[in-house]
Ligand binder design. Structure first.
Ligand SMILES: Cc1ncc(COP(=O)(O)O)c(C=O)c1O
Length: 415
């Protein structure tokens, strides 16, 4: 609501927040809002940071800052085209829940998509830190240059939060940049009940979070926080006479264009500033808790229904589950051909459920892959979703599941 109004106001004042001079008020509002967000999630309120288009751009900004500050030579001036450079720059993230946007970052940085190394995860979908250490040793032995570990702070499929404290120890001892991808979930650190889950978040070098996901802000609005603002400046600073004037002046402030990839920048901060003013921290906590209760409620419904399968604990607002009638599940627990047949049948059935559900217009669920099976994924990040909404969707999914199962069993010949 406030976000919608703010978009209109921002468009009407039409400030270019690339530099302080054309937009002193907007710059100060952005600085203040970044500091509030940091404080709200327990990060250093004096950190650097800015609003960008979304999580991918925030990840790019954070990881490029990491590369430029850890590469041991001046990658800003000579780029990666340095004859004296040996070894591949490598990035580490968990194999199951690491997000594709990190691969996009490696791609945009011309490190090659293969620069992203997948660290095996544990049963709870979080990164196995011993495996991380083993891979780092192995890659250093091969002559690679590990420079960054990306920890998930609320993952895309199951809301997993990697062991941030443990990973921070590894990064500190090896001089690696620790970036947390909290596009989906980092805002959860605002909740007192989630403090232990996010322990170590304050130690990350950079952190992505998306106000257009869990702060209910209209698209586009991503956010990057970097503990040491000077490192952002070191990574991005580029000046020209027409950007700042040639003589010093006392009327100056922060020029965002020196701290990130954009030159002209819109007034994205206004919609976040107005929303925080409107809801307040407590208001936000209430809405986030409401989403958590909805995910927990869905988990309860799934666990008490014999034709559904729960796949993980409901950590944050994202919940993945599977429609899987009991008789098929017991057959899938056998081995070999029977299991493969039932699994592929259930994959298809779950895909059809979401396709049909989308057509009803009741809810927009997507499928995803959890441990290589096609499953249903519900993302409950609207401030309007109630427990009754969850029940309506669950009942519809069940009704569709039953009907499609009857229809499909004929043609799929599982029986
Ligand atoms: C964990 C995570 N990281 C990054 C992104 C990319 O964010 P965006 O779509 O805003 O670029 C997403 C989007 O879903 C995400 O869930």
């Amino acid at each position: 609501m406030m976000g919608v109004l703010a978009e209109a106001l921002a468009a009407s004042v039409n400030m270019n927040v690339g530099a302080w001079k054309p937009a002193p008020a907007a710059t100060e509002i952005e600085r203040r809002t970044i500091s509030w967000i940091a404080e709200m999630i327990g990060y250093d309120r004096d950190c650097g940071g800015m609003f960008v288009s979304g999580g991918t751009m925030a990840n790019l900004t954070g990881i490029l800052t990491g590369l430029r500050n850890t590469a041991q030579y001046d990658t800003t001036t000579v780029g990666l085209q340095n004859d004296g450079r040996h070894g591949l720059f490598t990035i580490y993230m968990s194999d199951h829940e690491g997000h594709s946007s990190i691969v996009r970052v490696a791609d945009l940085l011309n490190l090659g998509r293969q620069a992203v190394r997948r660290v095996p995860s544990r049963r709870d979908f979080t990164m196995d830190v011993q495996e991380l250490e083993r891979m780092l040793d192995e890659d250093v032995g091969r002559g690679h240059r590990p420079f960054c570990v990306v920890a998930q702070a609320g993952s895309i499929n199951v809301g997993a939060v990697d062991p941030l404290e443990e990973i921070a120890e590894v990064c500190a001892s090896r001089g690696l940049w620790l970036h947390a991808d909290g596009a989906c979930g980092a805002v959860g650190a605002m909740l007192p009940e989630k403090q232990s889950l996010f322990k170590g978040l304050e130690r990350v070098d950079s952190l992505t979070l998306d106000p257009h996901k869990w702060l209910y802000i209209p698209y586009e609005c991503g956010c990057i926080l970097v503990r040491d603002a000077e490192k952002m400046r070191r990574a991005f600073s580029l000046t020209a006479p027409y950007l700042r004037g040639t003589l010093p002046t006392k009327y100056t402030g922060l020029d965002y264009l020196e701290y990130g990839p954009q030159m002209s920048r819109g007034f994205r901060a206004l919609k976040v500033w107005m929303s925080i003013k409107h809801y307040g921290v407590e208001g936000y906590r209430k809405l986030l808790s409401q989403n958590l209760r909805a995910a927990e409620h869905l988990d309860g419904l799934v666990r008490s229904a014999p034709d559904f399968e729960a796949l993980h604990e409901p950590t944050l607002f994202i919940y993945s589950f599977r429609y899987a009638p009991e008789d098929l599940r017991s057959r899938a627990s056998r081995s070999g051909r029977e299991r493969a047949l039932v699994d592929s049948y259930l994959d298809r059935l779950n895909q059809r459920i979401t396709d049909e559900l989308q057509l009803t217009g009741i809810a927009f669920l997507m499928t995803t892959s959890v441990r290589e099976r096609t499953v249903l994924r519900m993302s409950i990040c609207s401030h309007r979703t109630t427990l009754e909404d969850i029940e309506v969707v669950f009942d519809k999914v069940r009704e569709l599941g039953q009907a499609l199962d009857r229809e499909e069993r004929e043609s799929f010949k599982v029986d």
